[in-house]
Design a protein. Sequence first.
Length: 112
Amino acid sequence: MKGEIKLIIIKIIHTLVWIFFNVVIFYMLYAVISNKLDIWLWMGYVLFILEGIVLLVFKFFCPLTIIARKYSNSAKENFDIYLPNWLAKYNKLIYTSILGVIIGITIFQILK
């Protein structure tokens, strides 16, 4: 029972972190599309660089996923977060692609 509660807490925290990074990435997308290259955009880049470093250190796994694995043997992609399974499965691909678009537009806006 304690393990189930710990897994629920991890899933809630993981979901909140995911929501936070969604706000950040969609603000970044808005900022570059509207040519608003402000401090918040650059702070977003810093956050994603830090997230990338964390993922590199943990061999491309979120540390919360590693902790959650102690409390679940589930093979589902979303065992550690409150997301639909398809979104949990393709999360890194989707958001890396969006970040790539943001980087491209940022470069375009700077060079124009």
